[in-house]
Design a protein around this ligand. Sequence first.
Ligand SMILES: NC(=O)c1ccc[n+]([C@@H]2O[C@H](COP(=O)([O-])OP(=O)(O)OC[C@H]3O[C@@H](n4cnc5c(N)ncnc54)[C@H](O)[C@@H]3O)[C@@H](O)[C@H]2O)c1
Length: 436
Amino acid sequence: MKIAIIGTGYVGLVTGVCFSDFGHEMVCVDKIPSKIEMLRRGEVPIFEPGLDRLLERNVRAGRLSFTEDLAQALDGADAVFIAVGTPTRRGDGHADLSFVMAAAEEIARAARGPIVIVTKSTVPVGTNRRVREVVAAANPDLDFDVASNPEFLREGAAIDDFMKPDRVIVGVETERAARVMQEIYRPLYLRDFPIVMTDLESAEMIKYAANAFLAAKITFINEIAALCEKVGADVKQVSKGMGLDGRIGKTFLHAGPGYGGSCFPKDTQALARIGQDHASPIQLVETVIKVNEEVKRRMVDKLLDLCDGSFNRKTIAVLGVTFKPNTDDMRDAPSLTIVPAMIGGGAMVRIVDPQGRREGESMLPGVEWMTDPYAAADGADLVVVLTEWNEFRALDLRELAGRMACPRMADLRNVYSPGDVRAAGFVAYEGVGRRG
Ligand SMILES: NC(=O)c1ccc[n+]([C@@H]2O[C@H](COP(=O)([O-])OP(=O)(O)OC[C@H]3O[C@@H](n4cnc5c(N)ncnc54)[C@H](O)[C@@H]3O)[C@@H](O)[C@H]2O)c1
């Protein structure tokens, strides 16, 4: 099949590369010329493990190409995927659909049909119908169908998630769209990965409901962690004991500095707004959003306590600023709340992150970027483990403590054992939801 994809971000590029690996002829389109130029040179504009090799293999096989020219990409295409951003709209918390609608209009102008227009971006219920209306109004003669195909990949494990998904969700309203979507996903179908065929509205809702549920699970354990600190329980033990219950499951049950990233914050907000607009408020999700903000503020208080009540003139080494390991994505990362609070309080902040600098430099002004955690700890008053990159999981704690002016650690991902940290010479250790 020939397939075009609009948007070469985390989702669009992974989708394009993986579909081409299935054997489809893929043309990836982006409106940012520098991204297309990089991709044509075989360079990947984002950090996603394994993507560069898979991209190279499929370009070499002649199945994968990149262009700014949508008309050329749509020429003879059976389907076009919209994988553009749907950030939070300024001011009201709704999903900003302007990129999706602009892409729909561009497709209407450039397509010759017959074609299936598939929305992969995360969009509120009713958006696929709006896409259909927009396209039909802009090009009444175009023979097309719409389909909803929300994406569930996780950055950092995106290729595996795409190639071995827990499920694929497809919302359609015509036989023809169902046939094309089945053909596109046939390689997964043959390997027995579940493909759930449903209507447009249910497909759109599944994505928001799944993300809100996961955000709620993280937030639940973060609140339990706060209580653990008060009553002397250890949240790591509590998570383990809870997670072994098959009805609960052990994933997304790790206490930390609050959820962040390109999806959970904006999708919980959008779902809350959809509920309010339909006079069916989702109070649980509204509370999750509020509590997550409190969790981040609680982390700042924790760091302040470790700094004897003042950040002023303290040197603080922060290990990890991306919202999770194995990605360069900084969108809504907890570091964007925590680091400015330290800087605002007068601290000198040094940051080490294996991939975060390129994006983080403009978002975190006033910090010093370093590459070596030990050098960052030289003369420091506090080291903060903020993102659990593998590089920070097995540090030589004695060496780290020995270099610091005052060896104190805030381990906001509960990577280390409090006993080991103290035995290495640290005078203070604070995890999340555990005895210090
Ligand atoms: N990032 C994730 O982990 C993830 C996971 C699942 C779902 N999603 C959803 O997928 C969608 C895309 O997310 P992302 O993180 O890949 O976004 P992104 O911001 O990384 O990428 C979007 C890309 O689309 C391009 N673009 C926008 N309008 C265009 C147009 N008219 N023509 C050509 N290119 C255009 C932009 O230049 C950009 O390169 C969002 O709705 C998001 O919620 C993201």
